[in-house]
Ligand binder design. Sequence first.
Ligand SMILES: Cc1cc2nc3c(=O)[nH]c(=O)nc-3n(C[C@H](O)[C@H](O)[C@H](O)COP(=O)(O)O)c2cc1C
Length: 291
Amino acid sequence: MSASGTFGHGLEMRHFVPPEKLGAWVSKTVTMRPRHGNPAPRIQETEAGFLNSIGLENRGVESYVSDTLPSLSGIASVIVTNIGGHTPESFAEIAAYLTGQEGIHAFEVNLSCPNVDQGRLPFSTDPPVAEAIMAGVREVTDKPIFAKLSPNVTRIGDMAVAVEAGGADGITAVNTLLGMGVDWRTGAPALATKMGGYSGVGMKPVALRCAYECVRAVKIPVIGCGGVRTAGDVLEFLAVGCRAVQVGTANFSDPGLMARLPEEIAGLLSDAGFESLEEVIGRVDRVPAHA
Ligand SMILES: Cc1cc2nc3c(=O)[nH]c(=O)nc-3n(C[C@H](O)[C@H](O)[C@H](O)COP(=O)(O)O)c2cc1C
């Protein structure tokens, strides 16, 4: 799967990756009203990965329905619309607005949005609030709903349990790590917002640990995300028990990557003597720690 915000809204990237090559296309976060996002600079490359503070720039749900969704109709892939909001109620509002739309197969709920009612703390840090948001979305749609969690918490397993209790059908683990960059000569921060999201190869061990903690905490499937750029990375997320994997930052330097991954994964599996992907899933718990 593509990771939200890194591969267009709709199928802008279809010239790099044919739609049927992906398990699912995930949109950038869509909000009820259009958002300009944060001031520039809002993206910077680091030694290993990105810092970004795009700030959920998008044209709003009406434009998503009139301009983006029609271009997705008849596509031989699964469309996941990532939704966001700034109050708990606004998540249910946008899910209700979109649920009747053809062409959307599932929702991914971006819980990393700041809660404007409560000191702009992200919803993803508060288990009861996250549970209530998922329950609100669950009430208005029969489509599968995935909760996208943040790694910026002490116990992500508690968040996973909360969103499962709220009715999530799956969990995406994880969004970006909080990060920062600065030019020590000028004092200029890398991002106009000073702090932002860190993503890419450097966060893979953290993302893998978060995904594993979620797998252990809940029964619903977990989608791994964070730092994936090779077929081996995908297999690592499956080995900790994920059922699907998303690719984000790596698309910026290698937009054709995801089209090659299925064959590369098959090649790695057969070289290592595996007969199916199922043999890899959750493997970390089937071998002694010293093996
Ligand atoms: C430029 C950029 C924009 C992003 N926009 C969103 C977004 O709109 N909604 C969301 O849920 N995640 C967003 N993300 C987070 C990614 O979907 C992903 O969770 C994170 O980058 C970790 O995966 P990666 O290391 O493969 O990039 C964004 C990431 C980047 C780098």
